[in-house]
Design a protein around this ligand. Structure first.
Ligand SMILES: [Zn+2]
Length: 421
C-alpha cells in the first residue's frame, strides 16, 4: 500500500502548489478512502495519522458535502471484495452503518483511448466504474485533427446523455498508442504515429474541453488499470505488456510507476530479438514488434500463403488449429518470453500481465512464452513469478487513462471549497 506516493507523477506546476493546511485533513481522509473503498473511523485514524476528533469532524464535513457516505457492514463486505463502492446489496439489516466510503457520484473522470485506428471515450464515476462508453473507428495515425474532434464529440455526448455538468468532471485522462515525454507531454511520434509529429494533444484537448488533461502512454495506462481494477490488484511489482499492432510495457515498481528519465521506460517492442530479422518501423532490425505483433504474424502468413491474411482472421485460424498460425504464434511467444526474461531479471516482478490483441491466443502464446522466460531466468526470480492474461481486455487503456485522473481526486476534492450536496 502506498500511503502518500501517487502511482504516477503529477505535472510540475501541480507538485509546486502550496499545501493548504485546512484542507490537509480532508485530503488525507479522501486519499485513504480512495485506496481502500470502505473504512471505519478507527481505521481512518490509523491510516491518516490524524487525531480521532479531527477525523470525526473532517468526516462529518465530507458527508455534509456529499463526498463521503456511510455504508452498512454488509455493503462494506461487498465493496471490499469487489473494490467497488457501487456494489451495495440494498439489504438493511444487522448493525447500523459504521463504515465510510466515497460517494461514487460525487465526481466523474473522462478516460480517452487514442489507438492507431480508433478513439474511445468513457465517463467513470469516482469509484472508476464506467457509466458511459462509446468509440469510433477511424485512421488516427494519419488524421490527428479528426481524432481530436471525435474525442470532443464523444465527451459532449457523454455529458449530455448522463446529464453530468462539466464542473463535476475532475479531468480528462488521455491514453495514447505512442511514447509520451513525462515532463512536457509531447509525443515521440516519429515512425509510430506519423501524422502526430509536433501535435500537442493534451494541450489541444485542454483548450477544446476546458478540462485538465493528463496524458499517458497506453501500456502505462494498462498497468494502472490492471492494478486498480483488474488482475494486479494488491500487487506492488507488476509488468504489463501490451501485444497489439504496437508492443509496449508499463511497469510498477514497489507501487510506483517506473517512467525512466524521459518517461519512455518499457518500450519492449523495440528491443532486438532477431538480429537478422525484418526492418522495423523504428529503423532498427528484428525488433520484438516485427515478430510478435498481430500484423507481423498476419504478414508472415500472407507471404507464405500468397494471399492476404488479415489480423482479424488469426483467432479463427488458431481455433481451427492451423499449423502455420500456431507455429507463428509459438515463435512470437518464445520471443516475448526472451524479452520478458531480461525484464524479470532486472525488475524482479511478482506478476506479468499480458494484454493487447494477441493475448486472446491463449495457451498457444502463453506456453512458449512461459517456457522461454523460465529458461532464461534464475529459479529465485522465476518461481514466484506469475504470468497471466489481463482481466480487463480492451478496457485496460481507457480505464487506466481515467484512473490517472481519479488518482488526483483526493487533492482536487479536498482542496476545493466544499459544496453542499
Ligand atoms: Zn523497432
Amino acid at each position: 500500500m502506498h500511503a502518500t506516493a501517487p502511482d504516477y507523477p503529477a505535472p510540475a506546476e501541480e507538485r509546486q502548489a502550496p499545501i493548504n493546511l485546512a484542507s490537509l485533513g480532508r485530503v488525507r481522509v479522501l486519499r485513504a478512502l480512495n485506496e481502500t473503498p470502505a473504512l471505519s473511523r478507527a481505521e481512518l485514524v490509523e491510516r491518516t495519522g490524524l487525531a480521532r476528533a479531527t477525523v470525526g469532524s473532517v468526516v462529518d464535513d465530507l458527508i455534509d458535502a456529499g463526498l463521503v457516505r456511510k455504508t452498512t457492514d454488509i455493503d462494506a463486505g461487498l465493496i471490499r471484495r469487489t473494490g467497488d463502492p457501487n456494489a451495495a446489496s440494498g439489504v438493511r439489516t444487522g448493525r447500523p452503518p459504521q463504515l465510510l466510503s466515497l460517494e461514487p457520484r460525487a465526481a466523474y473522470a473522462v478516460g480517452l483511448d487514442v489507438g492507431h485506428d480508433h478513439v474511445r471515450a468513457v465517463l467513470t464515476d469516482l469509484a472508476g466504474t464506467v457509466q458511459w462508453d462509446s468509440s469510433a473507428q477511424l485512421d488516427v495515425d494519419g488524421a490527428p485533427e479528426s481524432a481530436l474532434s471525435t474525442a470532443v464529440t464523444l465527451l459532449d455526448r457523454a455529458m449530455d446523455e448522463l446529464e453530468v455538468e462539466r464542473e463535476r468532471i475532475l479531468g480528462l485522462g488521455l491514453g495514447i498508442a505512442c511514447p509520451v515525454d513525462k515532463t512536457t507531454g509531447a509525443l515521440h511520434a516519429e515512425g509510430i504515429m506519423p501524422g502526430w509529429v509536433g501535435v500537442q494533444p493534451a494541450q489541444e484537448l485542454g483548450r477544446r474541453t476546458g478540462l485538465e488533461v493528463r496524458i499517458i502512454n497506453d501500456a502505462n495506462a494498462g498497468v494502472l488499470a490492471e492494478r486498480r481494477f483488474g488482475v494486479a490488484r494488491d500487487c506492488a511489482n507488476v509488468v504489463y505488456i501490451r501485444l497489439s499492432s504496437g508492443i509496449g510495457a508499463g511497469v510498477m515498481c514497489d507501487g510506483r510507476m517506473l517512467l525512466g528519465h524521459g518517461g519512455l521506460a518499457g518500450e519492449l517492442g523495440h528491443v532486438t530479438v532477431e538480429p537478422n530479422g525484418a526492418v522495423c518501423r523504428c529503423g532498427n532490425r528484428g525488433c520484438l514488434e516485427t515478430v510478435a505483433s498481430p500484423p507481423a504474424i498476419a504478414a508472415l502468413l500472407t507471404r507464405s500463403w500468397g494471399r492476404p491474411v488479415s489480423t482479424g482472421e488469426l483467432t479463427e485460424l488458431l481455433r481451427t488449429g492451423d499449423r502455420g498460425t500456431l507455429r507463428a504464434v509459438e515463435d512470437a511467444g518464445d520471443a516475448v518470453g526472451r524479452a520478458l526474461a531480461f525484464t524479470a531479471m532486472l525488475l524482479n516482478p511478482e506478476l506479468i500481465v499480458v494484454g493487447g490483441d494477441l493475448a486472446a491466443a491463449g495457451e498457444a502464446l502463453f506456453a512458449p512464452m512461459r517456457r522461454s522466460l523460465m529458461r532464461s531466468t534464475m529459479t529465485s526470480h522465476a518461481e514466484p513469478l506469475r504470468i497471466v492474461p489481463g482481466s480487463l481486455g480492451d478496457d485496460a487503456g481507457v480505464r487506466g487513462a481515467a484512473a490517472l485522473v481519479l488518482a488526483t481526486a483526493p487533492e482536487r476534492l479536498g482542496q476545493a471549497p466544499l459544496l453542499a450536496a
